[in-house]
Design a protein. Structure first.
Length: 87
């Protein structure tokens, strides 16, 4: 019998409190991350109100949710590092 594949738990599900704070901070700060269709794959667009950044790599539909959460958590961590406290 083949072994069962164990998927790693995504970061946004490991610490749901931090993920909730990150997404609420992002929306208050007018930071949006959303997918843009490119054939059967997707680019991630990060819009912070002043400029739009398009990811150079494409993602499959299965990995899109995790990558979008990674964007929000990365920007939130960068914000905490600059400011020095949670807001």
């Amino acid at each position: 019998m083949p072994k069962r594949k164990i998927k790693p738990i995504p970061m946004y599900l490991q610490d749901t409190d931090k993920a909730r704070k990150a997404i609420s901070w992002a929306f208050r700060s007018f930071l949006r991350a959303y997918p843009e269709v490119n054939g059967d794959e997707y680019h991630i667009i990060v819009d912070n109100g002043l400029k739009r950044i398009k990811s150079p790599q494409t993602y499959k539909k299965e990995e899109l949710t995790e990558k979008l959460w990674d964007v929000y958590l990365t920007y939130y961590d960068r914000h905490i590092k600059e400011v020095g406290y949670e807001s």
